[in-house]
Design a protein around this ligand. Structure first.
Ligand code: G3H
Ligand code: ZN
Length: 281
């Protein structure tokens, strides 16, 4: 489904749908099983880096099987799409949702380029997420130094939505991609001002490592989608390390990827409960 399928319920019942990034088959299975057991809507996020790793055709095929099997609403969403071409490739291949991240362009260019994406995507029923301000940290090929990370200007974010009419608006409010060094300082005032002046839910990127209370407060102010990747990756890799440390002679990948998959699933389940999306499918 496009992410617009979630919008009304998210606003009415004040919760957020989680975007969990796909890194491989085991991630897809873990996220799907958590969504099934939690009876939660879910967004499969696929970054350009993940597309390169998994292949566009494999990604769509695996996501399609997972969505059909799940019995819950699933959006297959391009994460941080950097240009019009990649957006169109994903739409043609079967993505139901795309993010166009024009945050590294000037404000006016971001509006102009995002509008082009919205026009093409909406024509075929695909939802669009845009981004304003730059989110710091590292995610795949996307890397923004702390000093270059800029918070979203609320007035610009409101105008951005008015002009582009994107379905979801990601704004930089102090979270970062990857692991945090300290505790993130989230600008709730920016979330509140933007959310109360636009018709679309706000997206919180860099959802890993954000304290639970901050997540709950963000949702109460208008965040309707939260992206999580790093915490799932950490759970996965720590489990693999643990299994291999205990059994250095293990050679069967299923013996360490199986437990890793279970660990990812528990992270996702916990986030669904925290975000309030459990039992909303
Ligand atoms: O776009 C994806 C995310 O914003 C994930 O951020 O890896 O810090 O959880 P994270
Ligand atoms: Zn992100």
């Amino acid at each position: 489904v496009p992410m617009t399928a979630f919008t009304e319920d998210v606003k009415k019942h004040k919760y957020a749908v989680g975007q969990f990034n796909l890194n491989n088959l085991e991630f897809t299975q873990a996220i799907t099983e958590a969504a099934m057991e939690e009876k939660s809507p879910v967004i499969f996020g696929v970054s350009e880096g993940a597309l390169k790793y998994m292949g566009l055709d494999y990604t769509v095929a695996i996501a399609k099987v997972a969505a059909e099997r799940s019995g819950v609403p699933v959006a297959l969403h391009l994460d941080h799409g950097s240009n019009f071409d990649i957006v169109m490739k994903c739409i043609r291949a079967g993505f139901s949702s795309v993010m166009f991240d024009g945050s590294h362009h000037s404000f006016e260019d971001n509006i102009r380029l995002t509008k082009q994406v919205v026009e093409a995507a909406h024509a075929v029923g695909v939802s669009v997420e845009g981004e304003l301000g730059t989110i710091g940290g590292v995610e795949d090929d996307l890397s923004v130094d702390e000093e270059d990370a800029t918070l979203a200007n609320p007035d610009e974010a409101i105008r951005f939505w008015e002009e582009t009419k994107v379905d979801y608006v990601a704004i930089a409010v102090g979270t970062a991609h990857g692991m945090y060094k300290g505790e993130p300082k989230i600008r709730f005032d920016i979330i509140e001002k933007v959310a109360s002046n636009i018709g679309a839910p706000i997206v919180l990127h860099g959802g890993s490592g954000v304290p639970d209370e901050a997540i709950v407060k963000s949702i109460s102010l208008g965040v309707g989608k939260i992206n999580v990747n790093t915490e799932s990756q950490v759970a996965c890799t720590e489990t693999v390390r643990k299994v291999l440390a205990a059994k250095p002679n293990e050679i069967d990948p299923r013996k360490y990827l199986g437990p890793a998959r279970d660990a990812i699933k528990e992270v996702v389940r916990g986030k669904m409960r925290l975000f309030g999306s459990s039992n909303r499918a």
